[in-house]
Structure formats: structure tokens, C-alpha cells
Design a protein around this ligand. Structure first.
Ligand code: G6P
Length: 609
């Protein structure tokens, strides 16, 4: 989603800004732009194409400057168009005094727009952002830091902004409320960005701004004030952010590469786990796990499906009741809080606005025992939670999550065992059995990925369909949901998932010869029930595509296509089955020729509500 980079330096800063935007590209965007202070005036370049094209555009025009800001935009207010791309200028393009970039949503933009229009400002975009640029220009006192502090008091909603002014060439001012923003410190130069990763290779000295902070960046100094305008000390951390997306290697897309990285990163996530120890989740974990008697999981998207899977695990092994909620719903609904709840957020990015808001909402209801399963150790989610388990998926570039999901599942299984142990529900034999299974996961996953050629053959068929049904039962129902989500995200085929027992309560009406029905058939207690559900599909002419465990005795026949997974993996089976579904979605999208790594309209890191 939207990304910000800004710099004040004594060298041409364009390469740093472009490099920063490239590092933020994976989050998803539809337009981008750079503004610079050039010889006493403001200049900008914007594009609805890729950052690489913006770079060429900038090279062709020879745009250079010592002070500047840059942005990748994911449209919320106004279509993806050059006029809506950031940076925005005020009072006008021709006579620009203020340049500004913004992440977030300004909720009172209509009211401010009316006020500023009344004052003579002419709006050139449909964005909520442009009102902030005009507001700052209107309120400008000759001191940008002071002006921004006053101006943000008029804003309702979420924002991270970076702004500079024609009259103050060696200064960038930035502010945050509800959207992440960091400061990067250099020698005689300073930076601002929405994510430390944007500055990887430029500086590792990072300050995480807090809610309501406003920062004044100059060449050799910086100054932060808090929400009340009081001087604020913020810790400087040395952050070894990933140096960007890895090379593609032999793969055609990042998504394919990331699917095949799963054996390694699941192994990395569980590395060093030689026994079940609460301390793996943080120093206070044992006390917290002793205090709680129920679990509330909050997440969005794929992470929500990881949470749904964990519900089956925790209830069955640790015997604790689990409630899993979509974060964007939970934050606004009346729920019944219980102080002895362990609140678990799951997030690959650690910056999802809805999940962060849901976490804060849970805390405001008195539930202070919080834990996150997160892939970014420096993220807001990790900083906000009492306990954390950091998955080690590495940077995930493909917008459709794959390796982040399976590493979340690995961490959640570990959490399940830990809660069971603390509750006296895990025998030494069980612990040894599960640990052995977890250690074997990388090998088991590799044998599933070796099925790729068979999946490719199916994908050719799927590519011609416009609808698909996914069926699973029990612990594999969330995996059916995730399989359907993967297919729709990247191939744009309409896909729905049902617990197989629900077929006859509605979706069976959709089943014809044109409807592929993907079925997850592990060799578990529900297998016979599932076989009956499959009969119901066959009897209506539906085409079954079954991922069956090796010993299920389901064999291919007319209208029944079977791919055998090498082994049945008990409780951990969802981690294997989902890898097969990821491959199906990937190869179907490939056959349809869609933009696999950057599907239309989607973003990797959803930092707005
Ligand atoms: C976006 C991404 C999904 C992700 C979801 C939640 O929609 O495209 O892949 O599952 O956000 O993100 P989080 O970072 O909180 O896991």
C-alpha cells in the first residue's frame, strides 16, 4: 500500500528516493512520484506506471535536488491517475510553495475542501491528500515545523505525512497519527520513511515515531515533539532491515519462488525449538499463559485463515476456547470482553491498520494480555504487544501471501503446544511426537512441492473456468478458504469455499459439469463423510479435483481427478495441503496471463482502514 520516502541532504537525493520507492514496491501501488527542491522552486515527476519508469522519466528530465519526498500511491480517494499521484503541491502546480505526500485517510476532507475552496484554493486532484497541502499553505507562518504542528490539529483520520517548503530548502517536516512513520539518521543528512526497509542500505539508525509525533528534519539535526507539542526523546535503534527483495533466481515470479522457499522458511521459523518453552514467546509468557483461560485471535485476509486453523488446533490440543475475529469487524462491534483472554494478532506485515486498531480496541476493553505472530520484528504490531513470536519467512514480495501463511501456521502450532503444556495437557510423549513431526515439516513440504507437474496439468483446465468451489472439512476448511482466496486473488476466477457438509444447504445448486470442485481429502476421521460429499458432487455431473492423502483409496475415474499427497500428516496436514493449493492458484494464473505478483487492485500491506 502507500509508501513514503523523504530526505534532506547535501547530495543529489534522487537515487535514494527512487531506491526507497523500489523497496516499498512490493506493498502494492498504482502510481508513484517524486518532488524535489530545485534552485529555489519545487519540481516533481509523477507516473501511473512502475517506479522503474518514473526513474527513467526523472533521468530524461535530469531532475536533481538535495531535499525531496517521494511516494507510492494505492488509490483510495480518486482513480489511479497522474493528477491524483503524490506529491501534491500548493497553492498550485505553477506556483508551488508546499509539497506533500500522505499515507492514510483524512475523514474530514470534504469539510476542509469546502473551507479551502472558499479561501480561493483550486483543487487539481480528487484526493483527500490535497486538502492537507492547501491547509499547510494557508496556515504557513514562515516556519514549516510550527505550521505542520498547528495544521495536523485540524485533521481527523489516519495520516503519515512528509512535507517540505520552497522557502525552507534544507528542511523536511513529517508527522504521524494512525499510520506508521520512521526517521532514519545519517551523517549530515536525515531521512523519513513509512518503513525501515525503504532506507536499507542508506542508514540503519532508525527512530520509530509514536502516535501524534511531529518531526523536524534538517541537515545536521532533528527535533521531535509529541502530540501535546512537548519535546520528545525517542530511542534510536540499529535496525538491520532486509536489503530488499531477493533475486528471482530460476523462478518466473516471486510468488513461485516464495512457494518453493517454504520448506526452508518453515524450518527457519522453528529453528532452535528443541523443546516446548513458554519463553519462546517472550519473558512474561509463562505468567501470561497461566493467567488466561481463553483465546481471541484478530487478523485480516490470509492471516485470518491462519487464525481459523489455529482455533481447531488450540481447542483440540490445549482445550482452551478460541474466538477468531476479522479485525475490521471486531474493532467496531459490541463484543463481550473477558479479562482472562489471550489476545493474539496475526500479521505478516505487522502494520495492517485494521488489525492494529482491533488490538487497541481489545486492550481498551481491559484485555491486556496480548501476543502477536508477526513476520516483521520492528513492526508496530510487535511493539504494541506484550508477547511476540517472529516468523522467519523473510521478505514476501508476491502480494498473495504464501510463505508468510505457512510460517504463521508453524508458529501457531508451537503456540498450541505451549498453551497445552502450561495447562498440563501435553504429555512428554506427545511433546516428543509433535516436535519430531515439526522437524520433519521441511522434508514433507518438499515432497508436496514436487507434485508441481501434476498440478500444472490441472491448471490448464482451471484456466478456462470462471468459477470454482473448494471443499474441506474440519481443520482443512480454513485451508479450503485460503485455497479459494489464492485462486481469486491472482487468477480472478470466482472461487468460494465451503465445509463439505454444507454443500447440500446451498452450493450444490451451482454444481454442473462446468463447475470444478477442489476437494481436500486428508486421511482423517472425516474421510468417509467427505467421500459422501464427493458423491453428491459427482451425481450432479460436477468435476472433482481431489488432493488426497496417499492412503485414502480415492482413485481417479470419470469426472474425478486425484493428486496424491505423499503422506498423511495428522494435525499438521493443513500446512502441506495448502502448499498444493498455492501451486494450483499460481499455475492457473500463469496460464491466464495475469500479473501474478501484483494482482489488480490489491496491496501487500494494508495500512489504511
Ligand atoms: C493484504 C495482503 C494479504 C494479507 C492481508 C493481511 O490483504 O494482500 O496477503 O493476508 O493484507 O495482512 P497482514 O500483514 O496483517 O498479514
Amino acid at each position: 500500500m502507500c509508501g513514503i520516502v523523504g530526505a534532506v541532504a547535501q547530495r543529489n537525493i534522487t537515487p535514494v528516493l527512487i531506491e526507497g520507492l523500489k523497496r516499498l514496491e512490493y506493498r502494492g501501488y498504482d502510481s508513484c512520484g517524486v518532488a524535489l527542491h530545485v534552485d529555489g522552486h519545487l519540481a516533481r515527476s509523477r507516473s501511473t506506471s512502475r517506479v522503474a519508469d518514473l526513474e527513467t522519466q526523472i533521468q530524461e528530465t535530469g531532475l536533481q535536488g538535495f531535499t525531496g519526498i517521494a511516494h507510492t500511491r494505492w488509490a483510495t480517494h480518486g482513480a489511479p491517475a497522474t493528477k491524483n499521484a503524490h506529491p501534491h503541491f500548493s497553492p498550485s502546480s505553477e506556483d508551488a510553495r508546499i509539497a506533500l505526500v500522505h499515507n492514510g485517510i483524512i475523514e474530514n476532507h470534504d469539510e476542509l475542501r469546502a473551507e479551502l475552496t472558499g479561501l480561493g484554493y483550486v483543487f487539481q486532484s480528487q484526493t483527500d491528500t490535497e486538502v492537507i497541502a492547501h491547509l499547510i499553505d494557508h496556515m504557513y507562518t514562515g516556519d514549516l515545523f510550527d505550521t505542520v504542528q498547528q495544521a495536523v490539529k485540524r485533521l481527523h483520520g489516519a495520516y503519515a505525512i512528509a512535507v517540505f517548503c520552497r522557502e525552507e530548502p534544507h528542511r523536511v517536516v513529517a508527522a504521524r497519527q494512525g499510520s506508521p512513520l520512521i526517521v532514519g539518521l545519517g551523517k549530515g543528512e536525515n531521512f523519513v520513511a513509512s518503513d525501515a526497509m525503504a532506507l536499507a542500505g542508506t542508514t540503519d539508525q532508525i527512530i520509530y515515531l509514536e502516535e501524534g509525533d511531529v518531526v523536524d528534519l534538517q541537515l545536521a539535526r532533528y527535533w521531535i515533539v509529541d502530540v501535546e507539542g512537548r519535546p520528545a526523546e525517542r530511542e534510536v535503534k540499529t535496525v538491520h532491515a532486509h536489503t530488499g527483495a531477493a533475486e528471482l533466481g530460476p523462478y518466473r515470479h516471486y510468488m513461485q519462488k516464495e512457494i518453493f522457499e517454504q520448506p526452508r522458511v518453515v524450518g527457519d521459523t522453528l529453528e532452535g525449538v528443541t523443546g516446548i518453552m513458554p519463553e519462546l514467546f517472550g519473558d512474561q509468557a509463562f505468567r501470561v499463559f497461566k493467567e488466561i483461560d481463553r483465546v481471541l485471535i484478530l487478523a485480516c485476509g490470509t492471516s485470518y485463515y491462519a487464525g481459523l486453523t489455529a482455533k481447531y488446533w488450540i481447542e483440540s490440543v490445549a482445550k482452551l476456547p478460541v474466538n477468531v475475529e476479522i479485525a475490521s469487524e471486531y474493532r467496531y462491534r459490541d463484543s463481550v470482553p473477558h479479562p482472562s483472554t489471550l489476545v493474539v494478532t496475526i500479521s505478516q506485515s505487522g502494520e495492517t491498520a485494521d488489525t492494529l486498531a482491533a488490538l487497541k480496541h481489545a486492550r481498551s476493553l481491559g484485555m491486556t494480555n496480548t501476543l502477536t505472530i508477526c513476520n516483521v520484528s520492528t513492526s508496530a504490531m510487535v511493539r504494541e504487544c506484550k508477547l511476540a513470536y517472529i516468523t522467519r519467512a523473510g521478505v514476501e514480495v508476491g502480494v498473495a501471501s504464501t510463505k508468510a501463511f505457512t510460517t504463521q501456521l508453524a508458529a501457531l502450532f508451537l503456540l498450541t503446544l505451549t498453551l497445552a503444556q502450561v495447562n498440563g495437557r501435553l504429555t512428554d510423549e506427545q511433546e516428543a511426537h509433535y516436535l519430531k513431526q515439526m522437524r520433519h515439516l521441511p522434508v514433507a513440504l518438499s515432497s508436496v512441492l514436487a507434485l508441481e507437474p501434476q498440478v500444472i496439468a490441472w491448471a490448464e483446465e482451471f484456466a478456462r473456468k470462471e468459477n470454482a468451489l473448494f471443499l474441506g472439512r474440519g481443520i482443512h476448511y480454513p485451508i479450503a478458504l485460503e485455497g479459494a482466496l489464492k485462486l481469486k486473488e491472482i487468477s480472478y476466477i470466482h472461487a468460494e469455499a465451503y465445509p463439505a457438509g454444507e454443500l447440500k444447504h446451498g452450493p450444490l445448486a451451482l454444481v454442473t459439469e462446468e463447475m470444478p470442485v477442489v476437494t481436500i481429502a486428508p486421511n482423517d476421521a472425516l474421510l468417509e463423510k467427505l467421500k459422501s460429499n464427493m458423491q453428491e458432487v459427482r451425481a450432479r455431473g460436477g468435476q472433482l479435483y481431489v488432493f488426497a492423502d496417499v492412503d485414502t483409496h480415492i482413485t481417479s475415474g470419470e469426472g474425478l481427478h486425484v493428486i496424491r499427497l505423499p503422506e498423511h500428516y495428522g494435525l499438521l496436514s493443513p500446512i502441506l495441503h495448502v502448499a498444493a493449493l498455492q501451486l494450483l492458484a499460481y499455475h492457473t494464473a500463469l496460464a491466464r496471463g495475469t500479473d501474478v505478483d501484483k494482482p489488480r487492485n490489491l496491496a501487500k500491506s494494508v495500512t489504511v482502514e
